[in-house]
Design a protein around this ligand. Structure first.
Ligand SMILES: [Mg+2]
Length: 238
């Protein structure tokens, strides 16, 4: 059975979210004269990231709105340095404005997508909001690869690893799950989630030394493994 479609995660798979968020955060802290209140830039970035890891899932679970989780993260982050701002949403908006002009892709992404275009159907399944992800993909010139095949949890109603959103992604591509690969950077959410929904699961682990297999998930160190050349020689046999 060959693979006729590939669904991608966005953040830290196609877009270097971690690097871009760092640029936005440090630029904003410098502009606000708040960076010196942390022991180091790395400490500020690590705290910001840990608050996101803790509170973004509350948005995915429906406990907080997209904006609500931004405000909680901002208030807790600033409380760490003893600052209380009257308008945390304005603080977050200024951070986001710096981040949103800095989105970058990983170097293997544009050539891989160009090579796959026309060979297989391409789509997105993302735990985020549609307009936000479309803007992000458009800003780095990737949105045209996916057209209308962009599915996000905020509009769909459930988030990865719920099998329903993976299956809806397959429906979006008009393909059965066993002919669709899913590629993402989180082993549990993306890899095991896609596997449990019956898709071909690929975990993108950019620290891996080569292609490997674990628990029904194929581990790939870069998207180069998805290039048309490799695809032609049998992506499904990796
Ligand atoms: Mg991701």
């Amino acid at each position: 059975m060959s693979i006729r479609g590939i669904l991608f995660d966005v953040d830290d798979t196609l877009i270097d979210y971690a690097a871009t968020a760092r640029i936005g955060l440090l630029g904003h802290l410098r502009a606000e004269d708040q960076l010196w209140l942390f022991e180091s830039p790395d400490e500020a970035v690590a705290l910001w990231r840990s608050l996101e890891e803790e509170h973004y899932p509350r948005f995915l679970a429906g406990e907080l709105t997209f904006k609500g989780q931004q405000l909680v993260r901002t208030e807790l982050f600033l409380a760490h340095i003893g600052i209380r701002v009257t308008d945390p949403s304005a603080w977050f908006a200024d951070y986001a404005a710096r981040r949103d002009v800095a989105w970058i892709t990983f170097p293997d992404v544009p050539p891989t997508l160009r090579a796959l275009a026309g060979q297989v159907a391409l789509g997105i399944v993302s735990n985020s909001a549609l307009a936000h992800q479309q803007d992000k993909l458009r800003s780095v010139g990737l949105l045209d690869h996916f057209g209308d095949a962009v599915l996000c949890s905020a509009e769909f109603g459930t988030a990865k690893p719920d099998p329903a959103i993976f299956l809806a992604g397959c429906t979006m591509l008009e393909l059965p799950p066993d002919e669709v690969a899913y590629v993402g950077d989180r082993f549990d959410t993306d890899g095991l989630g896609a596997r449990n929904a019956g898709l071909r699961a690929y975990w993108l682990d950019r620290t891996a030394r080569g292609v490997a297999h674990r628990d029904g998930v194929t581990i790939i160190p870069s998207l180069v493994e998805l290039s048309a050349t490799t695809f032609a020689s049998g992506l499904d046999t990796l």
